[in-house]
Design a protein around this ligand. Structure first.
Ligand SMILES: *Cc1c(COP(=O)(O)O)cnc(C)c1O
Length: 366
């Protein structure tokens, strides 16, 4: 039986195998394996790609968020607005710097933040907000930035799923005070292991991040503040530089896949993902919504089609946050947790595989 994975990473690594191998050998034959020329080159290339002045590589996307908050001195006593529908890392970072996450529900139509709800949630202790470009669709940032300006809030956007997304013609990554990235292997730009980065156009914030990621040190054995050890190593930086050269082409292939789904699934009773007229979607995931989600998942699994739920339990119902929070009703996040399903998506999903996914969905009877 045809087996279609959610994402075919081995096909990506096969396509780039020779280039990845020679990048890895270059690092093995070099003097530096940490904080060296591969990292500097990747940081520069990544910042340029996303329209920011500076890029700072860190250990992973969670650390990018936590270090990003620390770089703006967000900490104990501060509240940070976070979407109710996101991967849990967005919330964890807030707790890791000693601040309190305050969830704001998302729009039922887009699954993303809508400025009215965010504006209504700003209180006297609010210091920052973290818009999340979930699944690769950019959040409508201009109204959020206006709210932030009015209240003096930091805007740190979580772009872990949005490599290559554009907002009103400009790339995500240089639009807010700072933008955080994950290079987890399954992201649109992924390392062969963990990795992350923060991009910003504020040179003081970039310097602060370089210190925070390296033991609070700018000079060896001089420690001016409480830092972390969270560095993007030379090997991952070299591999990421190879993959970065293909990002635009791979995202274009994702868009073709999304187009085919939209064309073939319009009359199946599923709610398909939309794209705002001002947005370029990065199509990290192709997420459909249906009240028959679990049955559809099982039907597809029986036909060899792997689908995943992003995410089955919202952060406010996770044990990790059981004692920490008081929160109001978050009905959209809860409905999404019951109804979303991510279909196979990626630059190496063949047309033939996709036809099997589509036929399998079309044969579903709830
Ligand atoms: C993947 C992800 C993160 C965390 O990245 P890691 O590199 O796995 O730590 C944060 N936020 C979102 C929205 C993500 O999808």
């Amino acid at each position: 039986m045809t087996q279609v994975p959610l994402l075919d990473l081995s096909a990506l690594h096969a396509e780039l195998g020779d280039e990845l191998a020679s990048a890895a050998l270059r690092v093995l034959g070099s003097e530096r394996v940490l904080l060296g020329p591969e990292l500097a080159a990747f940081e520069q290339a990544w910042a340029a790609q996303v329209g920011a002045a500076h890029g700072v590589g860190v250990g992973n996307g969670l650390d990018a968020l936590a270090l990003g908050l620390r770089a703006f001195d967000v900490g104990p006593g501060d509240e940070v607005l976070v979407p109710a529908h996101t991967f849990i890392a967005t919330w964890l970072a807030v707790v890791h710097v000693g601040a309190t996450p305050v969830p704001v529900d998302v729009s039922d139509r887009t699954g993303l933040w809508d400025a009215d709800a965010v504006g209504a949630a700003v209180g006297p202790r609010t210091r920052a907000m973290i818009p999340v470009h979930l699944y690769g669709h950019p959040v409508d940032l201009d109204p959020l930035l206006a709210i932030a300006r009015r209240h003096g809030l930091v805007v740190l956007d979580d772009a872990a799923q949005a490599h290559g997304a554009r907002y009103r013609g400009r790339p995500v990554g240089g639009l807010c005070d700072a933008t955080t990235w994950s290079f987890y292997p399954g992201k649109n730009l992924g390392a062969v292991g963990d990795g992350g980065a923060v991009t910003t156009s504020d040179p003081a914030v970039a310097d602060r991040l370089r210190s925070l990621r390296n033991y609070g040190s700018t000079e060896k054995y001089v420690h001016d503040e409480i830092g972390w050890n969270s560095r993007l190593d030379e090997l991952q930086a070299a591999l990421l530089s190879v993959k970065l050269r293909r990002l635009d082409e791979h995202n274009a292939r994702r868009a073709v896949v999304a187009e085919r789904y939209a064309h073939a699934l319009g009359d199946c009773g599923l709610t398909l993902p939309g794209t705002a007229p001002w947005a370029r979607h990065a199509w990290h995931q192709y997420v459909v919504r249906t009240p028959h989600r679990d049955a559809l998942h099982d039907h597809l699994a029986a036909l060899g089609v792997q689908t995943v739920i992003h995410y089955p339990v919202p952060p406010h119902h996770q044990g990790a946050f059981a004692t920490l929070l008081t929160h109001g009703e978050l009905p959209v996040a809860e409905a999404l947790a019951r109804e979303v399903l991510s279909l196979p998506m990626g630059p190496h999903l063949s047309e033939q595989e996709q036809v099997h996914v589509i036929d399998s969905i079309r044969s579903f009877r709830p």
